[in-house]
Design a protein around this ligand. Structure first.
Ligand SMILES: [Zn+2]
Ligand SMILES: [Zn+2]
Length: 338
């Protein structure tokens, strides 16, 4: 069977690998159908993901159809459409005991630390498989994982009805945060240098858009909030200067959610944090977000299909990754049909 493999940094291709067997009675064998390409896949391809080892079958935003189940599996059955929750944890470390397996000291992500879902068939323990409504199409189901990342950020920011939320960056993850925050009843502003992305964000319900190229972001957000500042800021860009900006635009008692992995320090005066009693937190992967996001998608009213801007067949994998290499502004989410 075919699989999408990064053999070493800089080299991606479709390779022939052996079809997996059910490794236990709790396993589910899935005929994979769609895989979203994520920024983190590009990092693996470029050798910039410290967690990845090579060769690696990538793919963590994946959807498929159950083709076989082990004897003890009752959550899903043959023919079900499913999304994969691509994360495992040890169950015993401090984070796991706190119900936060996403920051387990031994966390492993499928498609990063271990073989992912970018292949024709995969076998995986049943607790990592979530059944979805039959009427969702494959590309749509592959969007569920990035939406769990957005949902985690909104949860970490404790976004409430009528909160004024400012999201930095209107790439796929920023857009997922936008949609979930709107669903929670918040008012949302979003920033990006790219006007095409901002126009799309408006279409998706953004109440206010900010182009940092057109003047001070802080002033624009303060104007929008009539001087109050944003109650929640989600930084989906993660540069040292966006973190500084995130803290500067907050209201009193605000929450700041950081998603970036940048290792350079930001310069932040502590008085800004103390005076307003800010809560600053990170958001990584997700905890228990899959059932909630699946439920949202299953309503069929949560229509986010237009996040997908391009679809490729598995045979055109290299073309798809080439497009992602220097994506024109029309590129949002690229899906590979498996
Ligand atoms: Zn992703
Ligand atoms: Zn753990």
């Amino acid at each position: 069977m075919k699989a999408i493999q990064v053999s070493e940094p800089g080299n991606i291709s479709v390779v022939e690998v052996e079809e997996p067997e059910l490794a236990g009675s709790n396993e589910v064998k899935i005929r994979m159908r769609a895989m979203g390409i994520c920024g983190s896949d590009m990092h693996i391809l470029h050798g910039e993901n410290p967690f990845a080892s090579y060769p690696r079958i990538i793919g963590h935003e994946v959807a498929g159809e159950v083709m076989e189940v082990g004897d003890s599996v009752s959550r899903v059955g043959v023919g079900d459409k499913v999304v994969v929750e691509p994360m495992t944890s040890c169950g015993t470390c401090y984070a796991c005991r706190q119900g936060r397996p996403n920051v387990c000291v031994n966390v492993e992500v499928y498609g990063v630390h271990r073989e992912g879902g970018g292949r024709e068939i995969m076998s995986i323990p049943d607790h990592l498989v979530h059944k979805v409504d039959d009427r969702l199409d494959w590309s749509e189901i592959a969007l569920i994982e990035p939406f769990t990342i957005g949902a985690q950020s909104v949860y970490r920011g404790d976004v409430k009805e009528d909160d004024m939320v400012f999201i930095i960056g209107a790439g796929p993850i920023g857009l997922c945060c936008l949609k979930v925050a709107k669903e929670a009843g918040a008012k949302v502003a979003i920033s990006d240098f790219n006007e095409e992305r901002l126009a799309f964000a408006e279409k998706w319900g953004a109440d206010f858009t900010v182009n940092p190229g057109e003047g001070s972001v802080v002033n624009q957000v303060l104007d929008w909030t009539e001087g109050m500042g944003a109650n929640v800021v989600i930084d989906a860009v993660g540069l040292p200067q966006t973190v500084e900006q995130a803290i500067e635009v907050t209201s009193v008692a605000a929450r700041v959610v950081l998603l970036g992995f940048h290792s350079s320090p930001s310069q932040i005066p502590q008085v800004d944090i103390t005076k307003k009693e800010l809560t600053i937190c990170g958001s990584r992967l997700q905890t228990d977000r899959f059932p909630k996001v699946v439920e949202l998608f299953n309503t069929l009213k949560f229509d986010v299909k237009d996040l997908v801007s391009h679809e490729f067949s598995i045979n055109d994998t290299e073309k798809a990754f080439k497009l992602m290499e220097s994506p024109p502004s029309s590129v949002r989410k690229v899906i590979i049909k498996l």
